[in-house]
Design a protein around this ligand. Sequence first.
Ligand code: PLP
Length: 401
Amino acid sequence: EFPTTSVAVVNLTNILHNVENILKLAREHNSQVKIMPVVKANAYGHGDVPIVKELLKEMNIHRFAVNRVLEGVKIRKALQKENFNDVDILVLGYAIPTEVKNCVTFDLTPTISGDPLIIETLFDECVKQDKKIKVHVKIDTGMGRFGLLPNKVESFLHWFTNNPRNFPSRIILEGVFTHFSSADEKSKDYTQYQFDKFIEMRKLIETILEENPNKLQHSNEIIYHCCNSAATLFYPEMHLDMVRPGVSIYGLSPSNITNDERLPFQLRPALSLISHVARVEKLPHKSTVSYGNTYVVENEYETLALIPVGYGDGYKRINSHKSHVLIGGVECPVVGRVCMDQFVVRIPDEIADQVKVNDQVVLLGKQGDKELTCEKLSEWSHTINYEIVTALLPRLKRIYV
Ligand code: PLP
């Protein structure tokens, strides 16, 4: 039973399978390791609140990462409605001073990259609301993107701990992390370089904390973390105190290689994109299809089916003339341009007489013994599996099974 023509079906059992196996792998190396699933960008298109609730209820996971304050606020409000109170939400990205105040209001954990204005704003807001806030410091060990450069860590911590305003009385340093730029690639060298740099920073921070034993709260419990999916799966020795997998919990390979042989267990993709045939017609020789008449019927007749999905759902226009869908377990190529709400496929002769309006169409996922993987789709649209699922827009209803 489908509620509407075109839906993203999210298999929660597969997500649990992936997370359970990631956790099992991590615990083989460190029985105390924590996990913080990354649910930014609407859980990579899968729907953030339902995924968070499932992991909370079924696996008792109570740490999640988002990128923006707004994403955290949305999840926090949904959890509060159901009285889930002990959930930590880390905001991985930069927040401007006006919105970072919402981290205090909604008990979100912001990422600190050394900007004094953010620290001062957080501190003032904590005083105003009479609250404390946990923060994680991000160190840029080589991604060249966001975070404190290693040569600024020492001066930042000295400023933070020795400032007359006594920041540590309200701002608790709970974690320190970094992000790898190429853990998914064949060579380990750069990841090892970044990891070594991070360990060097950990030593430095520990030394500073030892010198200032009373100045930083929670100093003995700082959580050090650096592993995205690729590092979590390929380099267990780098897990440290916590892993931060994103794409793999949704069953997608971080290297964009289906069943990458380095994967320690088989990931199960969670999302299928399902639609229904909206029209079937035989069009005669020389008929043209879709905007710009870029497809012309070559044979005496061709059977063409209309699929009610388009770039307004996140099915990219670049798929025009390139991708295919599955109908009746058979690959049917896209002909003509993908429009905002629909596109047309050619039905191969072998099933031309069998296809009917309302037949199920698979754009991503399995049908019979055929499978259209995210990696295959990403090839057609010159991108990576991450973008295929993240690009799915809100109009596409998510259903959970
Ligand atoms: N940590 C940070 C800081 C990230 O930005 C991301 C995603 O880009 C992740 C973890 C998760 O990465 P992945 O989806 O490759 O597991």
